[in-house]
Write a protein that binds this ligand. Structure first.
Ligand code: ZN
Length: 696
């Protein structure tokens, strides 16, 4: 598994994308009581904007009324009809488990996660402790007197779970031999969301950089540094991070598995950055010895080496001091919290008010002890019948993708056979793990929030590093059970659906098949298609990076993905205003997700046709005035009804491999003739163009 860089998920986790520690809430929001979520309708007639023409703008038709009457709440940055509402529901149910466990635990496991949650909720203690929980880390950083000793400092901080990462270092499956688990390392070390924030010379980014400097200065001042010293420290941090950003590979290139595969011997790797003592670092993070590793971004390490000589040691101390403060800020006293939220919440993401504390602590406990609290959660929220129904749906979708592969016009027989082999090898994981993780070694203190966070980070790191050289455990999960998301894993060649998403509005026992196929059916099809998108198609059925298409077929495939890339690059993510130009989508960055959306929509429709035929029903049958075909497309579109702040729309266009809701809907239906037929759109209308794109 690709533990830290899980690819091919259904949707980006929003809201907490910036905070590495859980974002806490202060003032009123700290005490704000949870309210039970409202019921979520799987099919929502009231969401439809009947004044819109489905053939001109289907998203507006399917979602227009919902979008108009559901602005982004002040404590969110994205508000989506399906994902946000279901996330709120799951979080509330999880909060009930945590709150009960915090008050009167009935098992050792409940005591553990109950204490974790209680520590997170203790506002008075956070205020009382001040910066005391960071003193040891600050002392370690102050002791750095020579930049050539960075190896031991970063290693020690990482081993203690202090999450100050100049680069990432973990254990993953070898992309070219998926039976092996090897060490992998690559770029990291920034605080702003993307390298573009540091290096693009637009007015917007210049302004953000200016405010970032001011924010860092205020944080250092709060921590007790004199104003002049604080300003100097902030400037040093920005200089180091800018140099790291300049040396970073783009997100689009990071998606290309060939571009991030460079096996080095440890000796050769050390030559990339001779001034950084990796042997000391490896020892400090307690990884067992190894001879070779994958260096995802070799040039980045060369740049780190140059920086070690170039930057004075006090600049490095400022850098580590900053990252320590920044990571902890959401869990520090109110003054730090407010300052952090004002910049990283308001300015960077456009969030107006902090997230209620109960919600953030629920998320934090799920992150730290997901398979502990998840065990109790699924007992109450995931009936065995749901798993049986999912098995049937997945089988229906597998058959459709098989049929689809049979009829693809661009593919030779040799490639067709290889694609069928890969499809037959895809494994399914549904609901929750067969075997739960053991958290016994994770020490939780009811009165030590930052200590708990650190120990949890260290526990996760050690768990991951312990995989080195061991056989792959294909039963491990990369998401916790209550998560509203799904993923495909290139190296395991498996599709994974946590119990959290197998609920209405995605999956509803009480509704007609068309709506379920438009919901969870397309989700399943989306994940399967990831095995064959521009990234997934480079891996074979065993999860190895290996070409299985003939050169001619790869050429035809690339022409087709090029069509999709061009289509989506023409979509606007955020409009122009003042001097700021419109932000367009990046068709290359979003290519895998768009390909998966298009494939998912097509094969789930085929599976629906099969299912209706088996039940003696027709796609033309009507319910609520809509045919089954129309309900299928409406059900699909209504998964993606959403609003987001402009700051977040612009930020996600740079960092999120997924397109926003409007284009996930319109971009996909435009490429599928059955949509135009279902809504009677003449060829040449915007949603039924004369020429369109098709990969799968
Ligand atoms: Zn996806």
């Amino acid at each position: 598994m690709n533990y830290l860089r899980l690819a091919s998920v259904l949707i980006v986790a929003c809201g907490t994308a910036l905070a590495q520690a859980p974002a806490a809430a202060r003032a009123d929001s700290f005490q704000q009581a949870p309210t039970p979520p409202t019921a979520i309708r799987s099919f929502d007639l009231s969401a439809i904007d009947k004044s819109a023409d489905p053939c001109t703008d289907f998203y507006q038709y399917a979602c227009g009324n919902w979008v108009k009457s559901n602005p982004v709440p002040a404590d969110q940055v994205i508000w989506a009809r399906s994902f946000s509402l279901l996330r709120e529901r799951n979080r509330y149910l999880l909060w009930q488990e945590l709150d009960a466990a915090a008050k009167s635990p009935a098992s050792p496991l409940q005591k553990q996660y109950g204490d974790y949650f209680a520590a997170c909720m203790n506002a008075d203690l956070i205020e009382h402790e001040g910066l005391k929980p960071l003193e040891t880390v600050f002392r370690q950083i102050d002791a750095l007197k020579d930049a050539h000793k960075l190896g031991s400092l970063t290693g020690e901080l990482e081993a203690e779970g202090s999450s100050v990462v100049l680069f990432y270092f973990d254990v993953e499956q070898d992309e070219k031999d998926s039976s092996r688990q090897i060490a992998v390392t690559g770029q990291s070390g920034l605080s702003l969301p993307d390298r573009d924030y540091y290096i693009v010379d637009s007015k917007d980014f210049q302004e953000i950089r200016k405010q970032y400097l001011e924010h860092m200065t205020r944080m250092f001042t709060l921590a007790g540094d004199a104003p002049q010293q604080a300003a100097k420290e902030a400037a040093a941090v920005l200089e180091i991070e800018t140099a790291l950003a300049q040396a970073s590979t783009s997100r689009t290139d990071m998606r290309d598995p060939e571009k991030t595969y460079h096996i080095y011997t440890v000796a050769d790797f050390e030559k990339l950055a001779p001034d950084f003592d990796f042997s000391v670092y490896f020892k400090a993070v307690k990884v067992r010895s190894f001879d070779t590793l994958n260096v995802a971004t070799p040039d980045f390490f060369k740049a780190v080496n140059e920086l070690i000589s170039k930057e004075p040691v006090e600049a490095w101390r400022s850098y580590f001091r900053w990252h320590t403060l920044h990571n902890a800020a959401p869990n520090l006293p109110k003054a730090y919290f407010d300052e952090d939220f004002a910049f990283f919440g308001k300015t960077v993401t456009g969030q107006k008010e902090p997230t209620p504390r109960w919600r953030q602590c629920t998320l934090a406990t799920d992150k730290a002890l997901g398979e502990a609290v998840g065990q109790d959660w699924v007992k109450r929220n995931f009936p065995p019948a749901a798993k049986e129904s999912m098995d049937k749906l997945v089988a229906a979708l597998e058959k459709s993708l098989g049929d689809d592969i049979q009829t693809l016009p661009w593919m030779s027989d040799a490639t067709r056979k290889a694609a069928e082999e890969k499809l037959a090898m895809i494994r399914n994981k549904i609901g929750y793990p067969e075997k739960w993780r053991d958290y016994t070694a994770l020490k939780v203190n009811r009165d030590d929030l930052l200590g708990n966070l650190r120990r949890s980070e260290a526990f996760e790191d050690q768990w991951n590093l312990n995989h080195l050289g061991k056989p792959v455990d294909e039963k491990e999960w990369g998401m916790t059970p209550p998560t509203v998301n799904a993923y495909y894993d290139d190296n395991l060649n498996d599709i994974n659906f946590p119990a959290g998403i197998l609920q209405p509005p995605f999956f509803d026992f009480a509704i007609d098949p068309a709506v379920n196929f438009g919901g969870i059916g397309v989700v399943i099809g989306h994940e399967m298609t990831h095995g064959f998108d521009d990234q997934g198609s480079k891996f074979d059925g065993k999860g190895n990076l290996r070409e299985w298409q003939t050169p001619e077929d790869r050429k035809a495939f690339s022409e087709r993905t090029g069509c999709v890339s061009k289509e989506y690059s023409g979509f606007e993510a955020a409009p122009a205003h003042g001097d700021t130009p419109a932000q367009m989508l990046n068709g290359d960055l979003t290519l895998g997700e768009n390909t998966a959306d298009n494939g998912g929509l097509r094969i789930a429709y085929m599976a629906l046709l099969d299912t209706l035929a088996a039940e003696g029903k027709s796609i033309h049958d009507k319910i609520d005035g809509y045919t089954e075909a129309q309900r299928y497309f409406l059900g699909f579109a209504q998964v993606w009804c959403q609003n987001q702040t402009e700051e977040t729309a612009r930020r996600l266009a740079l960092i999120d491999p997924h397109s926003p809701g409007r284009w996930r809907v319109n971009g996909s239906v435009e490429n599928f003739d059955e949509f135009g037929k279902a809504f009677g759109c003449a060829k040449g209308r915007p949603m039924a163009p004369v020429t369109s794109c098709r990969v799968w």
